[in-house]
Design a protein. Structure first.
Length: 220
């Protein structure tokens, strides 16, 4: 799907006066594909793998893009992630908070952080429990080198639309509660190529779209 078409669709679902950011998911895509989309005006890109992203960030440094980590972060990769990304959307435990804050270079702005929530309590998914959000948010907010921005989730792909919507609504409730304690919070990242319209309708402020923009991902 052309970038302009997707942005128009997102804007139409969001409605007038409401901005929903598009994060182009570029994992496994070559740097040339990212550069081509950047030439059309896309600035924010999401990557799943730290080393793959680090190589792209270096190759495309002159373009001034915004890079988000949206894949699971292992603690032993936190040092590279803290130096590479502008945002880390998958913080789900105290150990990562400490590691990212320790390794974020002083010459860079504070690292934007989202808390990943396992909203459907799936064994196969990473993310903290909803009951753990408040404490994790306090830990992030207490770090000078980190900036708490909000929440992220990958709800279960239920075939029933109402079950998918219910998960999005629960995330929005968590998000609203978080904003009352942390007024700087402004980002609820949920919704992908197959369900971004439902996510936006439920209150998402950022959707993560890859397949609709790039087509099927190359085989690793």
């Amino acid at each position: 799907m052309p970038l302009t078409t997707l942005k128009h669709q997102i804007a139409a679902v969001a409605g007038p006066g409401r901005e929903v950011r598009l994060l182009a998911v570029s994992k496994l895509q070559p740097a040339s594909a990212v550069a081509a989309l950047a030439a059309q005006g896309q600035r924010a890109f999401g990557e799943n793998y730290v080393q793959e992203a680090a190589d792209k960030v270096q190759a495309l440094a002159a373009l001034g893009l915004e890079w988000h980590l949206i894949g699971h972060l292992q603690s032993n990769k936190a040092d590279i992630a803290a130096r590479t990304f502008d945002w880390v959307q998958t913080v789900d435990r105290d150990k990562l908070v400490t590691a990212l804050a320790r390794h974020r270079p002083a010459e860079l702005p504070p690292l934007n952080v989202l808390i990943q929530v396992n909203i459907d309590d799936e064994d196969s998914k990473h993310g903290c429990q909803p009951t753990e959000v408040a404490a994790l948010a306090e830990a992030i907010a207490g770090q000078e080198r980190l900036r708490l921005r909000g929440l992220m989730a990958i709800p279960a792909p239920f075939p029933e639309a109402e079950k998918r919507l219910a998960a999005f609504r629960r995330m929005h409730e968590l998000f609203t509660g978080l904003t009352t304690r942390h007024p700087q919070v402004d980002t609820l990242s949920m919704g992908m190529s197959s369900d971004y319209a439902d996510a936006i309708a439920a209150g998402s402020t950022m959707v993560r779209v890859g397949t609709a923009l790039f087509g099927q991902r190359p085989t690793p």
